[in-house]
Design a protein around this ligand. Structure first.
Ligand code: 1HN
Length: 348
């Protein structure tokens, strides 16, 4: 070792007991020239996952599990219950006759229905019946329970901001006394109040920064996408892509998560785009291909209905579809936007 190197090593070693460390050894990694996410792109084929959901249904009841969920873990973040650095994703199963007991937490949740019809989620005394493709919200700190009074298993994607809330050490949770909430309001009343470009004259932010609409039915989103496919110009990057909104603000439905629904028409061959927000995709209808480019190289995911995939921050995504498809996605974009750090690069 040279004299200088030895001098430095001795300095590091001697000050370490005082919890001191030299910035100059880590500066490059702390402020990289561009985002360098530890996350990797990943694909979960529903066909491969379904047998494990089924086995989970035999291994534990919804009540004992509280929530019977298989977590979609980013392969580069195993053990952290995270699909990206800031987001959680899982597939939840509820069997006929089961109840997932009422609780509340400060983490916000979204449900995106993947398979089966007729289970419900109850939020703040109002139930929403689930149909494939519906996007349902659980606002922060609202009581919620799920049940299945139908005759078929129901599976949905849970999207939560768990890693973000953990990062801020700001999480609280409580179990309810009752297993299921008493129904206090008719199903659909939140949608009747806020889902028609109208709002109550008084008291129109019952859940603070979160949308007052509990369920955004697929029937409505699908109709909008298919009409725009017929009648409007196609975006060369996104096809037809709409974002869900909090009707009271025009912003994202939840303060921490943005949600999107997009239609790629048949023979769509999209251009490539990268964004600072990492996103999780759920394939609703049809099939297609995602080409994802990042620092670790390129991957190609061939997806079909009910598959899920994750596109980490600043990875370029290109979408293509021969027969056409519909994709739901969610990301942490509202937080990037609130902090003024959101970036998007559309590659020509
Ligand atoms: C939760 O409350 C649900 O309510 C799903 O269905 C997944 C993951 C971690 C913590 C709470 C639900 C969850 C969760």
């Amino acid at each position: 070792m040279t004299n200088t190197a030895a001098l430095r090593q001795q300095l590091y070693q001697d000050m370490s007991p005082l919890n001191l460390t030299p910035l100059w050894e880590v500066l490059h990694a702390l402020v990289p020239p561009q985002p360098s996410s530890p996350c990797v792109p990943a694909l979960w084929k529903y066909e491969q996952i379904k047998p494990f959901l089924k086995r989970a249904g035999e291994a534990i009841t919804a009540e004992e599990a509280v929530r019977r969920v298989l977590i979609l873990e980013n392969p580069a973040l195993r053990g952290q219950s995270a699909v990206t650095q800031s987001l959680y994703a899982g597939l939840q199963l509820i069997l006929p006759g089961e109840v997932a007991p009422s609780h509340r937490h400060t983490q916000s949740a979204l449900r995106f229905i993947v398979e089966g019809t007729g289970a419900y989620t109850a939020v703040d005394g109002e139930r929403s019946t689930m149909h494939p493709g519906d996007f349902i919200i659980t606002p922060s700190w609202t009581w919620h329970d799920h049940g299945n009074e139908s005759t078929e298993p129901v599976v949905w994607l849970d999207g939560l901001d768990i890693p973000m809330i953990r990062f801020f050490d700001a999480g609280f949770a409580q179990n309810d006394i009752a297993k299921s909430q008493t129904v206090a309001r008719a199903e659909g009343s939140s949608f009747a109040r806020y889902g028609h470009n109208m709002a109550p004259v008084r008291g129109d932010a019952p859940f603070g920064a979160t949308s007052p609409i509990f369920s955004y039915p697929y029937e409505r989103s699908r109709e909008a996408l298919y009409q725009l496919e017929r009648d409007a110009a196609m975006d060369p990057w996104d096809g037809v892509k709409l974002r869900y909104i909090n009707p009271a603000t025009g912003g994202s439905p939840m303060p921490t998560m943005a949600t999107f629904m997009q239609r790629l028409p048949a023979r769509f061959d999209g251009k490539s785009c990268r964004q600072t927000d990492g996103a999780v995709y759920s394939v609703v209808e049809g099939a297609g291909t995602a080409y994802i480019d990042g620092p670790a190289g390129s991957v190609r995911f061939d997806f079909e209905a009910r598959d899920h995939f994750v596109v980490p921050s600043w990875h370029a995504l290109r979408l293509a579809s021969i027969a056409g498809c519909v994709l739901f996605s969610y990301s942490d974009r509202p937080v990037h936007q609130a902090l003024g750090i959101h970036q998007e690069e559309r590659i020509p």
